[in-house]
Design a protein around this ligand. Structure first.
Ligand SMILES: O=C(O)CCC(=O)C(=O)O
Length: 274
């Protein structure tokens, strides 16, 4: 792909840069959603064949699990990007990938991560406030997610919520707590008036970058909530980040640290893509 497509309007692109997230209605039709559902159920049915770490399960009793299709008791499926279905639904020519290229003004988009983030009916736990960049081992502030709703997302089943404009303010301190699924931002650091909930119909997609804080509540409804985050990024940015991470490791191993002028460091301590 050499040229940017024109799937998004200028207003949508401006909105994305202003708010830090963009809802696109009806990106996937019912036929595609049904095919993705079959694909994920098939993977979930073969859970025992995969290496540990691929699945995160919610604590359901054996009896509850027997009543559900395989995907119904899963909390997360990781590392889907090398699976055949990934190319079919989220490959380089998919609308998801092309829209990410438009939003970042950069055509060499790679599918970096693909997962399924599910919340089983009445069991799905919350995802605490976080910036994706805080959970990545490499610094890629222009990477962005296209999070596709496989089910309707509502207040009751844990729709996504964003901290409007937070992508312009750099990284926020995260903390760690036993029982939390990952590093998180303590809620008291956030101004509640800036929190925006994003209800979605099945097939809608929300785009957001690695620096915008976001969160979702537990699923208190009797219906599952499944979303598929596809993280895209440019090959050039990934290569640079991997090289940098490698260099930092080498420097630490060989104790090559040296003092850099404070003024220089201070001018660069805010990580913001814009
Ligand atoms: O699926 C969710 O509820 C959370 C999504 C999320 O944190 C992400 O895609 O980075």
């Amino acid at each position: 792909m050499t040229n940017l497509t024109k799937l998004l309007t200028r207003e949508q692109i401006e909105q994305y840069h202003e708010d830090g997230f963009l809802l696109v209605k009806g990106l996937f039709d019912a036929e595609k959603l049904a095919a993705i559902d079959r694909w994920l159920n098939d993977i979930a049915a073969r859970r025992s064949e995969y290496a540990p770490g691929k699945f995160v399960m919610e604590k359901l009793s054996d009896e509850e699990m027997r009543k559900l299709p395989p995907l119904g008791s899963v909390r997360k499926i990781n590392m889907l990007s090398n699976d055949e279905g990934a190319l079919e639904f989220f490959g380089p020519d998919s609308e998801a990938s092309l829209m990410c290229a438009e939003l970042t003004d950069c055509t060499d988009q790679l599918l970096i991560f693909l997962s399924a983030f599910a919340k089983p009916a009445l069991h799905g736990s919350s995802t605490p406030w976080h910036q994706d960049q805080a959970l990545w081992n490499f610094y890629c502030p222009n990477f962005l997610s296209c999070w596709v709703a496989l089910d309707p997302c509502t207040k009751e089943n844990g729709y996504l919520q964003f901290y409007r404009g937070g992508h312009k303010e750099g990284m926020i301190p995260h903390t760690v707590h036993e029982g939390a699924p990952h590093l998180y931002i303590p809620e008291q650091l956030l101004d509640k008036s800036r929190i925006v909930a994003v209800p979605m119909d099945a097939g809608d997609a929300v785009f957001f970058g690695g620096v915008i804080p976001h969160f979702s509540e537990p699923n208190r409804s009797p219906q599952r909530r499944v979303g598929i985050p596809a993280v895209y990024g440019s090959e050039a940015e990934l290569k640079q980040a991997v090289d940098l991470a490698r260099w930092i490791r080498i420097r630490e191993t060989h104790k090559l640290n040296y003092l850099v002028e404070e003024k220089f460091l201070n001018s660069r301590d805010r990580m913001s893509p814009h």
